[in-house]
Structures are given as C-alpha cells and as structure tokens.
Write a protein that binds this ligand. Structure first.
Ligand code: SF4
Length: 366
C-alpha cells in the first residue's frame, strides 16, 4: 500500500520534529511503572499481556504478583495451569493467562528458555499479535517496529486528520504505515513508549487539553474542530444476553460439586458450580424439571438459598445469573467432582462466582 502524497510531504518536514517533541514530552511526563526502565523481554511481555483490556492501576498489582511468584520464564512454565489461572483470577479474558502459560512452556522447549530476539519468532508465539511483538522487540531489543494500539490510533488520526475507520483492514494498514513512517529508527523503544504514553495520558478520549498540547499547531483535528469525532469507527459491537442458573449442590458431608469449564467459551479452564443455561430467567421449579437435577440430588433435598440475579457485563455478552443452593441428603458419588466447602478458595473462579461467594457464606447455610 502506498502512503498518501499529502502525508509524505508532512513527514519529510516533521518526522524528526515529531519524535523529538514526543520523546521530550515523555521524559518529563512519563509515569513511573514497574515494567519501565528495563529491557527484560519476559517482564515486558508479561506487562503487555496483563495490560491488554486492563487499567494500569489494576494491572500493576497483578504484574507484581506474577513477577513475585514466577520471577523467570522457567518458573512460569513449570507452574500448573490451575495455579496460573488462580493468580489471574479477577482480571478477566482468561485466554490471555492460558496463552501466557502455553507460550512460557514453548519458550522453554523450543528456545531453551530464552526469549527469542527476532520479530518473526516473537510474532509466531501464541497470544502475541502485531502490537505485542512490536512492543517487545522495540522495548527489549531496540528493533524498529512501530506499535499501534488504541491510544496511538486516536492520537495519529487526530494529528493527521485521518478519517479512515480504524476498525477495518484498510484503516489498520493506513495507520500502520503512518506509524512506521514516523518511527524514530534510532530510538524505536523510546519512541514507541512515548507515543503510547502521549496517546493515553494527553491525547485522551474525552476532552484532551489541546490548548496546552505541544502538537496543537500542527494538529488537523484541533484546527478543524474535529477532536471529538476522531478516530472514526464503523463497527458496532453486538452484545448478547445469556442466562446462567448455577446450582450449588452441597452433599451431607458439606462437599460442593465443582466442574471445570472445558468448552471453547468464556472462562475456559476455570471452575464453577453445576451450570444450566436457559434462554430466559427461570424459577427453580422449572430448572429442576428441565435439567433433571434430581439425578444428582436424589429425591430428597432442601433449597437453602436463592440468590439475587447478578448482572455481569463482559465485552460482548451480558450474563444474568442466579445461584440456587441445594443441600442433598446423601454423599456425592465418586464419579462427581467435588471439594469440601472450606477448600473453595483454592480454586480459580470467574469474578461472577467470586462475587457470589463474597455475598453468601456457604458454611453459614449448612
Ligand atoms: S491538539 Fe489535542 S487532539 Fe491534537 S494531538 Fe494534541 S491533544 Fe490530541
């Protein structure tokens, strides 16, 4: 793809000026974050994966917990998936944790435990896309790959007045070309950190302080009063409603039935109570008929508690969930996975189940 002529002219005159101003701004304004000022690719990779879809404040505590428990790739590779998911609990988007673990094992088996230092090997690792590969390669190895995340899209679209939607293939290519052209090839790591920080901390989504901006004189969006309109997105995110009915079976020995989620769906690898999904909210009487719950509970059981409906919002789904706590008269069969109530805290659960367990002390019910 060829870069537009207008941009080419702008680049020839402002490339150096741009990077210099950007880096100056960064050196004066950068936040002091634990993964900064170092080149260890493991730590940079870990921070980048944690920070996808996560605020810095929340991500920092998880980053520190991971570094503390798994100071090296080998430590992470040697952990069990359950342990990794437990440490990740509450961060959401659990495929990131599963990929992190798989990739750590891959680095140990295929790269002798040493993080690869060329772009194509890094990009080839599971869970590492264009953005993360560029971040690792530029921050750790000073390789000239330009990063393009949501903050960079926004900043560039405003500065150059680019109207091409950022969520279509054509837009992604055009912005990548722009970012590549602007990249300071001598200091790609510092340049990339600066552009991301500027986008996130100064050229913010809402009400950026354009009058104080070092780029305001050249900013097309500021000059044409289109700051709030850019960047352009065309795709609307569709959300679907789901209805989760959790039955918390507790047997006469105070064991709780637990399943591990194994389907390719949300929360794969996490644990949960017996789940029955329905098309709408349903009462317990209907749930029992629908799901043949008596097969597990037998004829005799007590309904100890029915929770409120929890509304849990994910990126593309809204879950309406209720928990029905049933005490059954017998012990669980050996074929049913279960654990004592007091052991529940050892398992990795979704934030939804964590919230229910915070609200409802099962030991008080039995
Ligand atoms: S002038 Fe405003 S919109 Fe333009 S780059 Fe600066 S902060 Fe962003």
């Amino acid at each position: 793809m060829r870069i537009k002529r207008g941009f080419r002219l702008i680049f020839t005159t402002m490339n150096e000026w741009f990077s210099q101003h950007l880096i100056n701004w960064y050196e004066k304004n950068k936040r002091d974050l634990p993964w900064r000022n170092q080149t260890d690719p493991y730590k940079i990779w870990l921070s980048e994966i944690i920070l996808q879809q996560t605020q810095v404040v929340q991500g920092t505590s998880y980053y520190l917990k991971f570094i503390d428990k798994y100071p090296t790739i080998l430590n992470l590779a040697n952990a069990s998936e359950d342990e990794v998911l437990k440490l990740w609990q509450g961060l959401g988007y659990y495929s990131r944790a599963r990929n992190l673990h798989t990739t750590a094992k891959e680095i140990v088996s295929s790269f002798n435990g040493k993080f690869p230092n060329d772009y194509s090997s890094v990009r080839g690792l599971k869970g590492i896309g264009d953005y993360t590969a560029a971040a690792i390669c530029s921050f750790s190895f000073n390789l000239p790959y330009a990063v393009l995340d949501g903050n960079v899209f926004r900043f560039l679209s405003r500065l150059f007045g680019v109207e091409t939607p950022i969520d279509i293939g054509e837009g992604k290519k055009e912005f990548q070309l722009l970012a590549n052209e602007l990249l300071d090839k001598e200091k790609p790591g510092q340049h990339n950190q600066s552009i991301m920080e500027f986008g996130s901390q100064f050229c913010k989504v809402h009400q950026p302080n354009c009058h104080q901006c070092v780029f305001s004189e050249k900013c097309q969006a500021f000059k044409t009063n289109s700051v709030n309109r850019l960047p352009v997105k065309i795709k609307k995110t569709k959300t679907k409603n789901r209805y989760f009915n959790y039955v918390v079976f507790i047997d006469k020995n105070n064991n709780v039935l637990l399943n591990k989620r194994s389907e390719n769906d949300i929360w794969k690898g996490l644990y949960e109570f017996y789940l029955s999904e329905s098309k709408t909210e349903i009462p317990i009487q209907e749930l029992i008929k629908l799901d043949n719950i008596e097969k597990i509970a037998g004829q005799k059981f007590d309904l100890l508690h029915v929770s409120k409906t929890y509304k849990h919002i994910l990126s593309h789904q809204i879950l309406y969930s209720k928990f029905f706590v049933l005490k059954i008269g017998s012990g669980f069969k050996k074929t049913i996975n279960h654990t004592p109530i007091h052991n529940l805290k050892e398992y990795a659960f979704s934030r939804l189940i964590e919230k229910f367990l915070d609200d409802c002390n099962l030991m008080d019910l039995v």
